[in-house]
Structure formats: C-alpha cells, structure tokens
Design a protein around this ligand. Structure first.
Ligand SMILES: [Zn+2]
Ligand SMILES: [Zn+2]
Length: 105
C-alpha cells in the first residue's frame, strides 16, 4: 500500500540533464529530492541563530518590534543582535526566501 502519486512537471531540458547526473552520482532519486523540497515548502523551518534549535516557521511568532521570527525555544530575535550580526543573519536567510520565492513569514 503506497500513498505515492505520479507527478508530471515541465522544466528546462538542460537543467534536467544536469540534475539527473547529480542525483545519480549522489545515489538519490529525483522524486525524493522534489518531495523533500515540497515538504520544506509547505512547512519551512529555520535554525535559531542563538540556541541552534530547529523550529518550524508556522509555530513561531513575529516580533512586533523587529519583524523577525522569535525562536520558539529561547525567544531570540533581531532585537538582541548588533547591526553587523543582524546583517549576516539577514543575508543568510535570503537563501530561504529565494528558494521559497517569497518571505518566510
Ligand atoms: Zn533559540
Ligand atoms: Zn525583535
């Protein structure tokens, strides 16, 4: 008994060739990678910059003062960072926003 379904998608031909090669060399499957990403897409998570705990974005509150997510575990947000550290964290988070094609929350 499986709950898997077939999915037909359309992507760039050259990209697909490169992806297939990469996936094969890592012993993974394209289905596995797509499913992994889609799970992240619907339920994204981050690691706290302070305590290192992983938390799901949906469970986290946005700090009304700084607009960042507050860590579910320790409550840390941008308010406790100096400008230089905040900039570093901010730019690293942009990877997520590029992947998710929008803001995390
Ligand atoms: Zn934390
Ligand atoms: Zn804050």
């Amino acid at each position: 008994m499986t709950d898997k379904v077939k999915l037909t998608i359309t992507i760039n031909k050259n990209l697909l060739a490169i992806v297939k090669e990469r996936v094969k060399s890592k012993g993974l499957s394209l289905s596995r990678i797509i499913e992994n990403f889609l799970e992240f897409y619907v339920n994204p998570y981050v690691y706290c910059f302070k305590c290192g705990e992983k938390f799901f974005v949906d469970k986290a509150e946005v700090c009304p003062k700084c607009g960042w997510l507050k860590c579910v575990n320790c409550g840390a947000c941008r308010c406790e960072l100096d400008d230089e550290t905040a900039a570093a964290v901010f730019h690293m988070r942009r990877v997520y926003e590029d992947l998710l094609m929008g803001r995390i929350k």
